[in-house]
Design a protein around this ligand. Sequence first.
Ligand SMILES: Nc1ncnc2c1ncn2[C@@H]1O[C@H](COP(=O)(O)OP(=O)(O)OP(=O)(O)O)[C@@H](O)[C@H]1O
Length: 239
Amino acid sequence: MEGAIKFEGVSAGYQDRIVLNNISFTVNQGEFVGVAGPNGSGKSTLIKLILGLVKPLSGKIVIKGYNTSSSIKKIREKMGYLPQKSNTDPRFPVLVKEVVAMGMYSTIGMLRHPGPEHFQRVSEALRQVGMGGFEEHPFGHLSGGQQQRVLIARALVNNPDILLLDEPTTGLDHFSQTRLINLINDIRLKKNITVIMVTHHLNQIYDLAGRIIYIDEQKLTIDNPESIIGQYLGGNQYA
Ligand SMILES: Nc1ncnc2c1ncn2[C@@H]1O[C@H](COP(=O)(O)OP(=O)(O)OP(=O)(O)O)[C@@H](O)[C@H]1O
């Protein structure tokens, strides 16, 4: 079976700095894979390689059968992305429906206005994350947890096969973190989406993620949570 995401001998880095050296792995459709490792080890770089925002120095990346070096537009249509959190100015005058509609720019184009059929998709994505009815609310007036759910709706609005989440629970209280992760997992199961989620808190996903990617010192290991925690975190999932 062709994997949803396949890395073959990939090296990547910036200027004269190698971040990932000769890594290979395959993720299957519908898997929930966590991405962990120390600060600066290359977790976001891995996500950006999958998105085609960072180009490999050598090796090959194939997403749903398409090579990132030649078919990046096709691949982007299949992916939803929630970047690392940046704080939104509460006075920023943008409505929830406009934030979600931004997720469709890759398919409808930046300069075209979204039509009624697009806003139907926006409402559907908001319903999926439990934010139906919030279309006309100012984004900046929502709580942190609600804002993250709206940003997940933005990542889901194109019906992606792959959802890439870079520390989606940052800044949320413990209860909201658990709720958000359970929500992501429910959507994954319902739609058979592949979820790749960067987190500093493996305990959050220990029971849900089938496998964890651990990155350190230019190397990548992929294995079940128990084994990764045993090998790298001294057996402590809360480390
Ligand atoms: N655009 C860039 N130009 C140069 N160096 C970069 C760039 N982006 C990242 N780096 C460097 O590459 C390394 C990996 O960064 P990356 O952001 O992938 O790490 P990370 O594991 O996501 O870190 P964190 O846990 O702090 O979010 C770091 O040393 C970082 O300084």
